[in-house]
Design a protein around this ligand. Structure first.
Ligand SMILES: [Zn+2]
Length: 133
């Protein structure tokens, strides 16, 4: 396990406090580690027009990419439930754009988590190779 993963897990758990989830009451936090060891956090942001809501993972990625980051090592995800929180299908696809080797840290608690490769969470993924005719 990378030495920064413990910090990433803690930041993911802390990020939940900024969740804007008045409709679902389901807080999610994410912390994204770049290949050059910078960390970007994100939280879910809901909208009264429900389909416009965005997940914590995609918030973390858009923050990082909008600041010039393109290479990532891992993302830690935590939620306001007492079980492991897996990324939704949309986030799996979104994150795949930046690499199938991403470590996805699925947190149940600070000391109880799983580390999965993104490629294992999204087999047969659609990616840029799929666009070649
Ligand atoms: Zn999602």
């Amino acid at each position: 396990m990378h030495p920064l993963y413990s910090e990433l897990i803690e930041l993911s758990i802390k990020a939940k406090k900024h969740s804007y989830s008045p409709y679902s009451k389901f807080s999610v936090g994410a912390a994204l580690l770049t290949s050059n060891n910078k960390i970007y956090t994100g939280t879910n942001v809901e909208s009264a027009s429900y389909s416009l809501s965005i997940c914590a993972e995609r918030v973390a990625f858009t923050k990082a990419v909008s600041e010039g980051e393109k290479k990532f090592r891992a993302i830690a995800i935590s939620a306001s439930i007492k079980d492991y929180i897996y990324p939704c299908g949309a986030c799996r696809q979104f994150m795949y754009e930046f690499g199938k080797d991403l470590d996805v840290i699925i947190i149940k608690s600070k000391k109880d988590f799983l580390i999965k490769k993104l490629a294992d969470l999204l087999p047969g993924a659609f990616d840029k190779r799929s666009l070649k005719l």
